[in-house]
Design a protein around this ligand. Structure first.
Ligand SMILES: *[C@@H]1O[C@H](CO)[C@@H](O)[C@H](O)[C@H]1NC(C)=O
Ligand SMILES: *[C@@H]1O[C@H](CO)[C@@H](O)[C@H](O)[C@H]1NC(C)=O
Ligand SMILES: *[C@@H]1O[C@H](CO)[C@@H](O)[C@H](O)[C@H]1NC(C)=O
Ligand SMILES: *[C@@H]1O[C@H](CO)[C@@H](O)[C@H](O)[C@H]1NC(C)=O
Ligand SMILES: *[C@@H]1O[C@H](CO)[C@@H](O)[C@H](O)[C@H]1NC(C)=O
Ligand SMILES: *[C@@H]1O[C@H](CO)[C@@H](O)[C@H](O)[C@H]1NC(C)=O
Ligand SMILES: *[C@@H]1O[C@H](CO)[C@@H](O)[C@H](O)[C@H]1NC(C)=O
Ligand SMILES: *[C@@H]1O[C@H](CO)[C@@H](O)[C@H](O)[C@H]1NC(C)=O
Ligand SMILES: *[C@@H]1O[C@H](CO)[C@@H](O)[C@H](O)[C@H]1NC(C)=O
Ligand SMILES: *[C@@H]1O[C@H](CO)[C@@H](O)[C@H](O)[C@H]1NC(C)=O
Ligand SMILES: *[C@@H]1O[C@H](CO)[C@@H](O)[C@H](O)[C@H]1NC(C)=O
Ligand SMILES: *[C@@H]1O[C@H](CO)[C@@H](O)[C@H](O)[C@H]1NC(C)=O
Length: 815
């Protein structure tokens, strides 16, 4: 009875309130009698007024209108409603410019296009108490959202109403809303009595949510007019990452930051305080000591050197220059902490009047895009006691902000991928405008990117154009007019299917950095739908399978080699003016677990690629095989099939004829990395090159292969300039060995060669050949032994300016 009375009082209050507002010609709506019969949560949406906007157009559906509406959530039940969430199904291309009393749940800033509907949650009033608990105190049991915005279409006298309204909180069901009068819809949502709250542990606040990046806003000390807050950001996603993060939020109640520890604001300024309410209230305060008075401060991490600064540092997990790594790389670097002293202004001068800032946003350089939700009050964080006792101290109040990674839309990536393969000499380049295009009509943003010869990947887009035109002419490909635009990506990745043999295959991955910044601790992740299960090894990166993510391989640089350097200026502008930073590795896969894999049909190419958490744009096609040409890139050269007739007796004593085709062991000695490249011409010619060579011996026979000690020789224009010993070994049937070795080129011999200076300085390419001869024995069923010799020659080109190495190998086996 009392409740009903309370509700009734409320309705009249609402009425009198609405009368006093800007309702102009509108007659006040009658009290909805439905409130009386609602034992749950009563929602309504009342359209207030609208005015025609400029430009005035004849086409009624294109006419813009400014509109005002009020949405109301009223708790008429017997249970408190925690963290209410309401959906309003807008349908007239609405663009909201304000929603007093609520925030948009997806964290969008105003103006926010909400033409497909939008979710609202409470701010500052997130929970609705019951009338019983509050003696019908309206300010605690109901919220009114003052909606204002723009909408399109709907000729008068039509009234643009939302398609639907409903409460989104778990455990409530809402019937279809009903129209009471033309300008008002309402719905009464009731709690499903069968709904079980997931956990029965009594917590006062909502449970913490999971997400890609979670931020905790802990108030750890509170005073009358200020409080100390600690912000903890934790990266929870195996592919999430931030570098040089900037964190921004909006103060909703006139607060300002007086000091900070572990971070700083990008602007140190207090003018906004002096001219504002804060300046009036804190008349005696020395604002020159105040850090920041902006409504939307931009906060950044302190550099490493400040970690031990007693004034601004000395905070665990602080001061890493804004890097937040995935936990899989280093759990201690996946968390960032800073503290700030916040001053409040009237009417919040009360120790318990605590409001977190809203509209959180976090950005980084070449990182995924994060979208943050509103701060949600959760149970206070518990910290281990700093004194070392086995006690815990708890925060005074805690809010959680969950930020999730959003997938980039088309032309919105910051990295891209090109595909190539040994069976096709054209590279499929990054998509046109993969990372956006300026509006200029010099190039064609809609045309498909033109195929490239492999070496063109090494030069900036501007210098590629001639090469791609020449290539199109050779290959009789269509040349679009105007030419397609570039990809404009800061980082591009080439995926090259390197070889394909019976028991496995290899791919080569190359990362190019076209930006001037250095990527420290870079990582890249490759998602492969089928081939993933066959992943075997990666040679000059550190590769890991991500636990829990079935199909993703995670690569990072090895210790000491985890820098992807930036673009540098070439010293000889006649050749390539700009040189990208580069990292390369070879990845091997077996086919045992992936029978029937078809590399050229797409199985050999990744389905998603990430660089530092940012999802890269992928080409829309794969290199296709064309059978009638000879490919120099063909690593696997099948030269000899020897047919041996073998006579055996079976257990019946019959003689059986076996046909056995021994296969040549495949031996490839291929340079995969180059370190310590140093070339100085003045005052004396000095050169130091260390090549990392990967020798792969793949025994494809049903018998073992044993080979003797040997040496790989590297020669330059006929002179042997380096030697690499290869130890004897036995490779079991159908086994494979990888031998990694490094060779130091002998500088004296090289430098004395008359061609050397011309090649190194003028053409910028040093051509070497490596020859490896392996003498060995193939044993079949321990019965038949065959001697054989394998020759492998590689043509190795070292490009002096980009400091890169490329090679083409041929193998031959004779018995
Ligand atoms: C909507 O309300 C705001 C204030 O609440 C007022 O300034 C504005 O003029 C109103 N717009 C319309 C179209 O009534
Ligand atoms: C009116 O405008 C709408 C949306 O801008 C458009 O789809 C429609 O074709 C226009 N109608 C006429 C008759 O121009
Ligand atoms: C609404 O949804 C449609 C189809 O899903 C989409 O094309 C459109 O961009 C969406 N509009 C807004 C404002 O989100
Ligand atoms: C900070 O001090 C700790 C302990 O003394 C030391 O290990 C660390 O290297 C110092 N860090 C910097 C950036 O100086
Ligand atoms: C490779 O990365 C994993 C995970 O980050 C790490 O545990 C391991 O020590 C690294 N291995 C090498 C050789 O760097
Ligand atoms: C502080 O606020 C609480 C509720 O928010 C109120 O009960 C209390 O009386 C206030 N104290 C002062 C000193 O205003
Ligand atoms: C962070 O903010 C500063 C200053 O506002 C700006 O120069 C920088 O580019 C921003 N960095 C990122 C990653 O947004
Ligand atoms: C973030 O993602 C998690 C699931 O990974 C989801 O439960 C949560 O609602 C999302 N939060 C936001 C703000 O989108
Ligand atoms: C992993 O693979 C198994 C079967 O191969 C599948 O049932 C499971 O859903 C996958 N898990 C994920 C996280 O993709
Ligand atoms: C050449 O470089 C390697 C590694 O970078 C180094 O160990 C070696 O001492 C250098 N040799 C000369 C002659 O500078
Ligand atoms: C191969 O070389 C190693 C050391 O280089 C030596 O110990 C071994 O005896 C050699 N094997 C043969 C068969 O000569
Ligand atoms: C080096 O080798 C490449 C490819 O094998 C060839 O195109 C180039 O002409 C060679 N350069 C010299 C100076 O021999």
């Amino acid at each position: 009875m009392n409740t009903a009375l309370g509700v009734l009082t409320f309705v009249f209050f609402l009425l009198s309130l609405s009368k006093s507002q800007d309702y102009e010609d509108e007659k006040p709506a009658a009290p909805p009698p439905e409130v009386e019969s609602c034992n749950g949560i009563f929602l309504s949406y009342d359209f207030n007024s609208r005015t025609k906007l400029y430009p005035r157009v004849k086409n009624a559906t294109a006419q813009a209108w400014a509109f005002n509406a009020t949405a109301t959530i009223l708790n008429t039940g017997t249970l408190e409603l925690k963290a209410w969430k309401m959906f309003i199904g807008f349908q007239h291309e609405e663009i909201l410019v304000g929603a007093g009393g609520a925030v948009l749940i997806d964290g969008d800033d105003f103006p926010a296009p909400v033409g497909n509907g939008s979710y609202f949650s409470g701010s500052p009033l997130a929970d609705l108490k019951t009338a019983i608990d509050t003696a019908g105190d309206l300010s605690q049991i109901q919220v009114q959202i003052q909606i204002s915005g723009t909408q399109f279409g709907v000729k008068p006298p039509g009234i643009p109403m939302p398609k639907t309204i409903r409460l989104v909180n778990d455990g409530y069901t809402c019937p279809a809303p009903r129209r009471r009068v033309k300008k008002s819809v309402y719905v009464c949502c009731v709690r499903n009595p069968k709904f079980k709250v997931a956990k029965t542990t009594k917590t006062k606040f909502l449970p913490r949510q999971k997400g890609d990046l979670t931020i905790a806003y802990d108030v750890i000390q509170a005073y009358e007019n200020n409080y100390l807050a600690q912000v903890t950001m934790e990266n929870k996603s195996p592919l999430g990452r931030l570098d040089h993060w900037n964190l921004t939020w909006e103060w909703m109640r006139g607060e300002f930051i007086s000091t900070m520890r572990g971070a700083y604001t990008r602007k140190i300024e207090y003018a906004e305080c002096i001219y504002g309410v804060a300046g009036k209230y804190y008349g005696g305060m020395d604002f020159s000591m105040v850090m920041n008075c902006q409504k939307r401060p931009v906060i950044a991490d302190l550099p490493l050197e400040r970690a031990n600064d007693t004034k601004v540092g000395k905070l665990p997990f602080c001061c890493r220059n804004g890097s937040l790594l995935p936990p899989i790389m280093d759990p201690s670097k996946s968390k960032s902490v800073f503290q700030l002293q916040v001053f409040k202004i009237p009417p919040d001068l009360n120790r318990t009047a605590l409001y977190p800032p809203e509209k959180w946003k976090i950005t980084g350089v070449l990182n995924p895009d994060y979208k943050c939700g509103p701060p949600i009050r959760v149970d206070p964080t518990e910290f281990p006691d700093p004194s070392g006792l086995e006690a815990i101290s708890t925060a005074i109040a805690t809010w959680q902000i969950v930020c999730n990674i959003t997938r980039p839309t088309k032309r919105n990536s910051r990295c891209c991928v090109s595909f190539s393969a040994y069976y096709n000499d054209s590279v499929i380049p990054c998509n046109t405008c993969a990372c956006g295009c300026d509006d200029d009509d010099k190039c064609n943003p809609a045309a498909q990117a033109m195929f490239l010869p492999a070496e063109a990947l090494l030069v900036p887009f501007e210098n590629r154009i001639q090469k791609s035109i020449a290539w199109a002419k050779i290959k009789h490909l269509h040349i679009p007019k105007p030419l397609p635009c570039g990809d404009n990506c800061g980082v591009s990745i080439n995926w090259h299917v390197n070889s394909d043999y019976k028991s496995g295959w290899t791919a080569r991955i190359t990362l190019f950095n076209w930006e001037e910044i250095v990527f420290e601790n870079w990582f890249t992740a490759i998602q492969m739908k089928k081939a993933y299960r066959g992943y075997e090894n990666v040679y000059s990166f550190n590769g890991t399978l991500i636990p829990g993510l079935n199909n993703t391989i995670f690569f990072q640089g090895l210790k000491g080699l985890n820098f992807l350097v930036g673009k540098t200026n070439g010293s000889s502008p006649r050749n390539d003016p700009k040189v990208p930073g580069k990292q390369q590795s070879v990845i091997s896969f077996t086919k045992g677990k992936t029978p029937g894999i078809k590399l050229a049909k797409g199985d050999g190419f990744p389905s998603r690629v990430f660089f530092n958490g940012e999802e890269c744009s992928l080409p829309t096609q794969f290199p296709i095989g064309n059978g009638n040409r000879c490919h120099v890139h063909l690593v696997e050269v099948i030269l000899l099939i020897l047919v041996t007739l073998l006579l055996l007796q079976n257990h019946h004593g019959q003689v059986v004829l076996f046909l056995i085709k021994p296969k040549e062991p495949k031996i490839v000695a291929q340079p995969v990395s180059m370190a310590g490249f140093k070339l100085e011409v003045f005052p004396a010619v000095e050169l130091n090159i260390t090549l990392g060579i990967l020798v792969t011996v793949d025994n494809r026979n049903y018998g073992s292969f044993k080979y003797r000690n040997t040496t790989a020789y590297i020669s330059y224009r006929g002179d042997v300039v380096a030697e690499a010993p290869i130890r004897d070994d036995t490779i079991p049937a159908r086994g494979k060995h990888n031998i990694s070795t490094t060779v130091n080129l002998i500088p004296d011999k090289l430098v004395k060669n008359p061609y050397f200076l011309v090649d190194a300085v003028v053409t910028g390419v040093l051509n070497f050949t490596s020859t490896t001869t392996l003498h060995g024995k193939v044993s079949l069923f321990k019965l038949l032994k065959m001697k054989g010799t394998s020759f492998c020659t590689c043509n190795i080109s070292i490009f002096v300016l980009p400091k890169t190495v490329d090679s083409v190998c041929k193998a031959k086996f004779t018995l």
